[in-house]
Design a protein around this ligand. Structure first.
Ligand code: SF4
Length: 444
């Protein structure tokens, strides 16, 4: 079980010597408790205490990096079973699978899609992660050529999928220094693959049926010098994957089986319904998801879901508060109050852009809360609106004093009028109705 900060503190020297970089032993204990410090930073612990505290303060799911450079992906380092307990930190890598039995053009175009796909959503650019190259030709030279065609790992992270060590040898000679994920060590080949992973410093996927077998094989590979592991529970169905993934994550978070404290691997292409498999992997703890090439709709759905699940529920995505001109507004254009919750802002923006109505979006700082939550939680107030009108220089932009507020902020309309001296018009609740409302109600 994870230790609480005070229990950790009881085991520290309590001298507040600051050698760990923290002002007090308690401050260090608090960082250790949330996995944000390493026990080795305190030089005054005896080996026994170091082992005890190291075991209970390291992230229960190890951080593993696949790939090198700008587009490399870090997976794992998770602390909880359920997102609402804290947050999930490292989104799974979505790796599009190509085969070395495909013609070159087909491989090239699949890789191009991975490299060039960008979905813009709530101010973020969402991208696919990398390419998984599968050895179906049974020829090491052909496998290596296809790995080279996929960029060799220099631009996109790779997963190398094969059975025989000779194929991996050939592919790693090209891509080894870019940290591809080697898939997969099994009961038959683990010694050779663990040795390759150690030699090239690459992460290694371990494949065995069921958590107990996986823990045993992972332990052997780690002992053989391959510390960065990814676990593939070799599921027979999606249901099987969800059950195994849940059991493994529970064992990792509860620290009952350290050999299961690694990110998980899912081959989403093995189960027929690809969108469902992708969703299951994103929701249920996969660190690496390998998928066949996806339609644009499936790509967008998977990237959107991944963004939603891996957004910290306590820190909504926000835009910078301020006054934003839309469709080149003049001084008589309406001023529309909204909040800095990114989803609200970008939803409004898309409707207003499409309507071609010139206006100003006046974005108040509600710390990323939506209108309804900000009103209920006292974050959107008449004082905030009055102060923000001054701070953002809204009076200098327009020659009128009328403010359209969101329908959900209607209870504040009188107070905002009193605090600002502006006439308040209560707009619709739904962003989709705003263009129609402005056409009907706004008289310049
Ligand atoms: S180095 Fe150790 S003893 Fe010194 S303040 Fe940090 S935790 Fe306390």
């Amino acid at each position: 079980m994870a230790m609480k900060a005070l229990d950790i503190y009881k085991n520290l020297p309590k001298t507040n010597c600051k050698k760990c970089g923290y002002p007090t032993c308690l401050a260090f204990a608090m960082k250790l408790a949330v996995g944000k410090a390493e026990i080795e930073a305190c030089p005054d612990l005896d080996p026994e205490t170091k082992t005890l505290l190291g075991g209970v303060t390291r992230p229960p799911v190890r951080l593993v990096q696949v790939g090198a450079g700008e587009r490399s992906v870090a997976i794992g380092e998770e602390f909880v079973l359920f997102r609402h307990e804290k947050t999930f930190y490292h989104p799974p890598g979505i790796m599009v699978q190509v085969s070395d039995a495909w013609p070159e053009d087909k491989v090239r175009s699949a890789v191009e899609v991975v490299r060039d796909t960008v979905v813009h959503r709530v101010g973020q650019d969402l991208v696919l992660t990398g390419v998984a190259v599968k050895n179906e030709s049974n020829r090491p030279d052909r496998f290596a050529e296809t790995v080279a065609l996929a960029g060799g790992g220099s631009s996109l992270p790779l997963v190398l999928i094969a059975d025989d060590p000779a194929s991996f040898e050939a592919a790693l000679a090209i891509s080894g220094h870019y940290r591809p994920l080697i898939h997969a060590a099994t009961g038959d080949n683990w010694q050779a693959l663990a040795a390759l992973a150690k030699r090239y410093g690459c992460p290694l996927a371990v494949r065995a049926s069921g958590p107990a077998e996986l823990a045993a094989l992972a332990g052997k590979c780690a002992d053989a010098g391959a510390p960065d592991l990814v676990l593939d529970p070799a599921p027979r169905s999606l249901r099987d994957f969800i059950a195994a993934a849940t059991e493994i994550r529970r064992a990792a978070v509860g620290r009952t089986e350290p050999a299961l404290g690694y990110p998980l691997y899912l081959d989403a292409g093995s189960f027929g319904e690809i969108d469902t498999a992708l969703a299951a992997g994103i929701l249920k703890y996969a660190g690496i998801i390998v998928t066949p090439p996806l339609s644009p709709a499936s790509r967008e759905a998977a990237l959107t879901l991944r963004q939603n699940i891996y957004t910290d529920p306590q820190k909504p995505i926000q835009v910078t508060p301020g006054i934003y001109p839309i469709n080149e507004p003049g001084p008589s254009a309406p001023v529309l109050l909204t909040v800095n919750f990114s989803l609200t802002y970008f939803t409004l923006l898309s409707y207003l852009d499409a309507s071609r109505i010139p206006c100003y979006l006046f974005v108040a700082d509600t710390e990323g809360l939506s209108v309804l939550t900000a009103v209920a939680g006292g974050k959107l107030t008449e004082t905030l609106v009055a102060d923000s009108l001054k701070k953002f220089g809204v009076v200098d932009q327009v020659d009128h004093r009328r403010l359209v507020i969101p329908g959900y902020a209607a209870p504040l309309s009188g107070k905002i009028e009193d605090a600002t001296g502006w006439k308040v018009l209560v707009g619709p609740r739904d962003a989709a109705d705003l263009p129609g409302y402005l056409e009907k109600e706004w008289k310049a």
